[in-house]
Design a protein around this ligand. Structure first.
Ligand code: ATP
Ligand code: LTN
Length: 331
């Protein structure tokens, strides 16, 4: 083995992949992929914590996989697979469930948000969701987890569980670190810049799908909610403008200060148009590659089958170690 460190990350196949998912997670996966051994999973088991239509879910899972690749993830160099194809995720989640406290899980803000949103289906899976996520990460001896800032709390829990398990049973898991980008870690809704851009937002004008056409992107940015002033500046109280500046900085690789300087003296109309153009430019090749990839089902199948096969090998070794540590009889 070389001394490359290990990355694990995933996105759940719900709604469509947004500019938030892209800037918070995917774009960084792409830039880190050659310097680490990477596992990028479509975490389908997480997605059933909210009710899914089975036919739509199966189709969406393939579309998500194709979008990972279309963004520039190399499906041969990295392990790209569906979480449900690797049974160890569920197996380790069970063992970790027995080492996590109800109190810890009750504090998770995502659980509180999601149970408020889905009050007719507050199932046990929604509650233990972060434990499955910890299993995803710990199975691969992951060093680094590139995610948006909303996942920081879940990652903290994964670290706590790893440390607790190691203290109880002896050195078993690597304690992972989050990788949260400087810009783009929390892209806000274009319609309500005080709440996170979310793929399950019923208002399509609030989010940009990475597959949106340039004219739709332009329209959504044109309608983006800003404020009643007219100065493009980054400061408290200007949530809408701040969000557009961060998006622009993240897409172009510039700093927010450089972006502010660039738009000095511009009206909001021109500013929104330019941000929209920069985003459309970034996403255009992704949409084109996606269309090609979706025509090539055999290739997609090769990627996810080989990914899962390798992942099963790695995770089986972790599981036999874990089962031995907790005191189960050897198979
Ligand atoms: P949902 O709305 O269904 O909860 P989501 O849009 O929050 O979904 P997830 O699958 O939960 O998407 O997240 C996938 C990855 O994208 C995670 O790393 C998460 O931190 C990141 N992410 C999600 N939304 C944003 C956002 N608005 N800004 C930056 N990163 C984000
Ligand atoms: N919970 C994450 C998705 C996720 C994940 C992971 C991210 C599931 N397992 C492992 C990083 C590593 C979310 O974004 N909602």
């Amino acid at each position: 083995m070389d001394d490359k460190k290990i990355i694990f990350s995933g996105i759940q196949p719900t709604g469509c992949i947004t500019l938030g998912n892209y800037l918070g997670a995917l774009k960084n996966w792409v830039s880190l992929q050659h310097d680490y051994h990477c596992c990028f999973s479509v975490v389908d088991m997480h997605s059933i914590t909210v009710r899914q239509d089975p036919v739509a879910l199966r189709k969406r899972c393939m579309e998500f996989l194709a979008q990972y690749l279309a963004c520039g993830i190399d499906g041969e160099e990295n392990l790209v697979f569906f979480q449900s194809h690797v049974p160890a995720h569920a197996e380790l989640a069970w063992v970790l469930n027995c080492n996590v406290y109800m109190g810890e899980l009750s504090r998770m803000t995502q659980f509180k948000d999601k149970s408020a949103k889905h009050e007719n289906n507050i199932n046990a899976g929604l509650f233990t969701y972060p434990v499955l996520m910890a299993a995803d990460i710990l199975l691969y001896k992951t060093d680094l987890v590139p995610v948006g800032s909303d996942q920081k709390q879940h990652l903290e829990l994964a670290r706590d569980v790893a440390i607790r398990f190691n203290n109880l049973y002896g050195e078993t898991f690597t304690v992972p670190e989050p990788f949260i980008p400087k810009e783009g870690a929390r892209v806000m809704s274009l319609q309500d810049p005080t709440s996170k851009m979310s793929k399950s937002d019923p208002n399509v004008n609030g989010f940009i799908s990475i597959l949106d056409k340039p004219e739709d992107i332009a329209r959504k940015f044109k309608r983006a909610v800003t404020d009643s002033e007219s100065e493009v500046a980054y400061r408290e109280g200007k949530d809408g403008v701040n969000n557009l500046l961060s998006i622009y900085a993240s897409v172009t690789g510039k700093t927010v200060d450089e972006a502010v300087a660039e738009f000095a003296g511009c009206g909001y109309g021109v500013f929104k148009e330019r941000v929209g153009e920069a985003v459309a430019e970034e996403l255009r090749p992704i949409r084109e590659r996606y269309e090609d990839l979706m025509k090539n089902k055999d290739y997609l199948e090769t990627v996810y089958r080989t990914g899962a096969e390798k992942a099963r090998g790695i995770t089986a070794r972790t599981m036999s170690k874990v089962y031995r540590k907790v005191g189960f009889v050897n198979r």
